[in-house]
Ligand binder design. Sequence first.
Ligand code: HEC
Length: 97
Amino acid sequence: MNKFIKLLVFFVLWNFFSTIAYAATGKELFDRHCVQCHQPGQEMIIPMAYSLRDSLMQPDSILREKILSGTNAMPGYYGLLKNKEISDILLYMRMMW
Ligand code: HEC
């Protein structure tokens, strides 16, 4: 196999396994902080005016601000979650919803 192909295979596998690792951390964090109110793949039990699946279409930067500051009945996580942890949670949520 030529070097280029080996390198390409390496990067594809690397990318694949690191995505799984981030999603696994995201699940742990989600189970610790969010699962009391959000069940994976489900809309909220309290009828909400909008769908969580639709709100996950917003970019990370917007959702991160909302998660840090809280919105309406949802508590804020400022000081509790780091930026990277929020990115991992959002990756997990985008896979589940
Ligand atoms: C105490 C219950 C509760 C917990 C815990 C909670 N949420 Fe929420 N979440 C809500 C409610 C209620 C809403 C709808 C808020 C609104 O009306 O704006 C919401 C909305 C959201 C939205 C959509 C925001 C928008 O305006 O588009 C996201 C994304 C979200 N939550 C993520 C999370 C994440 C990630 C966690 C854990 C770090 C979490 N939530 C923990 C109750 C909760």
